[in-house]
Design a protein around this ligand. Structure first.
Ligand code: NAD
Length: 328
């Protein structure tokens, strides 16, 4: 069944599956593999140390796929705040047509991108933030339920409520993000009103994901109970794979008298977390994972994964349609 949704039509993709931005994971290899498989691959801007490195990564991706791909720009507290405007300028100069934005106060970046005619998908964890993003002129919302990996927001609303609320209230098309790993999930998201799904953790566990094999095997072993929330005390709640480092952070978070962010900074630092993906030691630093980690049982190529999702979604939707027909 060819998928024909607002997302596939506007983005020029075959299957309504987006590979969301992932710090230290969203490199050319993964983005190109997802785009070649018929979904939308996305490079993560801040994974590149400078805007010029992002330019090179975009050019490298172009040599690996002829299909559309996007760039993620996330605006969240950072130990070394980046020059977001400069990253956005590179995206525009390189002729990128699709950007996923996320985080706080995205107004100036979205305005700049929209002025250049870029299609913007904005990720948000509440309907209130979605409404603000609509005022900024975004083309799609990426509705991020509490199940999701990384920055879950502070409202803790899971996708069963959030997606239906989006369908009931938003005048702009949306995709479903957080908790998706298979075609049954895609079928459910479409039924709830979404135009497609976004997946992060599932794509980390593919052949092409540029992370250590041992971390992929750790994802296969993990259960849905193996994530932990940290940084609520600093209004930057983040879901991570639970390990010794996240346990230490939670202890400081509970017990610290000062509440200084500096106390946990060495533990949650992205520089340290990044090494997990190169040294393969899941306990070395913090790394992001969604509750969907409990639904991931293999390490397929992106092509095999996307084809399987397409087939499962089709089978799910057609078998439910058959059930819905009255018996004569
Ligand atoms: P980092 O080393 O700068 O910071 C580590 C963590 O601490 C991040 O989660 C960050 O948001 C948080 N943090 C830093 N300063 C803070 C403060 N003063 N108060 C509250 N929280 C604070 O982060 P990094 O891993 O090098 O990532 C760089 C940037 O990319 C961060 O803004 C991060 O949030 C963001 N990010 C993007 C994605 C994505 O998918 N695009 C995923 C994860 C993180």
């Amino acid at each position: 069944m060819p998928f024909d949704t607002e997302l596939t039509r506007r983005l020029g993709i075959k299957i309504p599956v987006v590979q969301g931005g992932m710090q230290w994971v969203g490199y050319a290899e993964l983005a190109a593999a997802v785009s070649n498989a018929g979904g939308l691959g996305i490079l993560t801007a801040l994974t590149q140390p400078t805007p010029d490195d992002l330019r090179k990564e975009i050019q490298k991706t172009r040599t690996m796929t002829k299909n559309p791909f996007g760039v993620n720009i996330t605006l969240l507290p950072s130990l070394q705040p980046p020059d977001y405007g400069a990253y956005a300028q590179v995206v525009i100069d390189e002729g990128i047509k699709i950007v996923e934005t996320a985080g706080n106060s995205p107004g100036p970046v979205i305005a700049k991108l929209k002025k250049a005619g870029v299609i913007v998908l904005h990720k948000c964890t509440t309907i209130r933030h979605a409404q603000s993003a609509i005022k900024l002129g975004v083309d799609f919302l990426s509705i991020d339920g509490f199940e999701c990996a990384g920055h879950v927001g502070e409202s803790d609303i899971t996708n069963f409520i959030l997606l239906s609320k989006a369908r009931q209230t938003l005048k702009v098309p949306f995709i479903a993000s957080g908790g998706f790993a298979d075609g049954q999930g895609l079928a459910a998201a479409l039924c709830l009103g979404a135009e497609g799904i976004n997946m992060g953790t599932r794509f980390m566990c593919t052949v092409e994901a540029p992370i250590h094999q041992k971390i992929k095997e750790e994802i296969v072993k993990a259960q849905e109970t193996d994530t932990q929330l940290v940084m609520r005390r600093w209004t930057n709640t983040t879901r991570l794979y639970r390990n010794k480092v996240t346990d230490a952070v939670v202890k400081i978070e509970r017990e610290s008298k000062t509440g200084e962010f500096a106390e946990i900074a060495p533990y949650v630092s992205g520089k340290r977390g990044r090494q997990v993906f190169t040294n393969g030691d899941a306990e070395y630093g913090v790394w992001t994972a969604g509750q969907v980690i409990g639904l991931i049982h293999d390490i397929p190529t992106c092509d095999a994964l996307v084809k399987r999702i397409e087939k499962e979604a089709e089978e799910t939707l057609t078998s439910k349609l058959k059930l819905a027909k009255p018996k004569l």
